[in-house]
Ligand binder design. Structure first.
Ligand SMILES: CCCCCCc1ccc(Oc2ccc(Oc3cccc(O)n3)cc2)c(O)c1
Length: 254
């Protein structure tokens, strides 16, 4: 059993019960962590609050990760409420719909900027704000996808952003390691989330994964949650700067 008793975990990117962030929150809480759930804006507050109410002891905070002032305000609130942070889960990404389908060469300058600001720079900004509160060291976890490493049709600009995210994980690990803060990415196989619906041809990708992966099945949300609880805990104490594949082995196949 993973022990996160007494640990404070802050989770970004919870939209609904199909979110990977929901499964991660459930497993962190099961291990004893106290959860701070962050939602993007007023519009998402009602839905998020419904989920937060199901996570005993969890509290909700508002923060648009593209806004530096909101990040500073949030961590002031976190410091006041908890005094420290042990785990940060970054399950945030976005690209304009038109840049998640069609021919990659047509990616707009603005779409590229937005995809990298929301999906990559936000991890740097959140890590910089959280680090001073990680007084006992900490674990920072983000989510990536195989499309960062090999071309997956339709994933387009998000694939480029996830490649930048995986490099960002390595540079943040090097930067924060001396402060005993670990930074890792989970590369999850395709899962039917709200976000996934924004990427073309998810259905086909799910079928190919179930047929070709060594385990001959798709990944379930809760399996990603378990890997996150492992990365949040001291059991992964010597792992940092890594991308851990939780994809039923699909990435090892030719
Ligand atoms: C053709 C690739 C199929 C497998 C895609 C697996 C996957 C599923 C979901 C993923 O997460 C996001 C998150 C945000 C995102 O950006 C979005 C989502 C909805 C609408 C929109 O305009 N952008 C796209 C994917 C992700 O990074 C990877």
């Amino acid at each position: 059993m993973i022990d996160l008793e007494g640990k404070v975990a802050i989770v970004f990117g919870l939209a609904n019960k199909r979110s990977i962030a929901w499964s991660i929150a459930l497993k962190l809480q099961e291990a004893g962590a106290q959860l701070a759930i962050c939602y993007q804006n007023e519009r998402m507050k009602a839905e998020a609050q419904g989920l937060i109410d199901e996570l005993a002891g969890a509290e909700g905070f508002q923060c648009d990760v593209s806004n530096d002032a909101e990040i500073d305000t949030l961590f002031g609130q976190i410091k006041e409420r908890y005094g420290k942070v042990d785990v940060l889960v970054h399950a945030v990404a976005f690209a304009p719909p038109e840049d998640l389908r069609g021919d990659f060469v047509n990616t707009s300058r603005e779409g590229f900027r937005v995809a990298h600001d929301v999906s990559v720079y936000s991890l740097i900004a959140l890590s910089r704000a959280a680090a001073p509160l990680m007084t006992d060291g900490g674990s920072i976890i983000t989510l990536t996808y195989y499309g960062a490493e090999k071309v997956v049709p339709n994933y387009n600009v998000m694939g480029v952003a996830k490649a930048a995210l995986e490099a960002t994980v390595r540079y943040l690990a090097a930067s924060l390691g001396p402060r005993r803060i670990r930074v890792n990415a989970i590369s999850a196989g395709p899962i039917k989330t709200l976000a996934a619906r924004g990427v073309g041809a998810l259905g086909e990708m799910l079928k190919v994964h179930a047929e070709k992966s060594p385990l001959r099945k798709n990944v379930e949300q809760i399996e990603v949650g378990g890997a996150a609880a492992f990365l949040a805990s001291d059991l992964s104490g010597a792992i940092t700067g890594e991308t851990i594949y939780v994809d039923c082995g699909y990435n090892i196949m030719g």
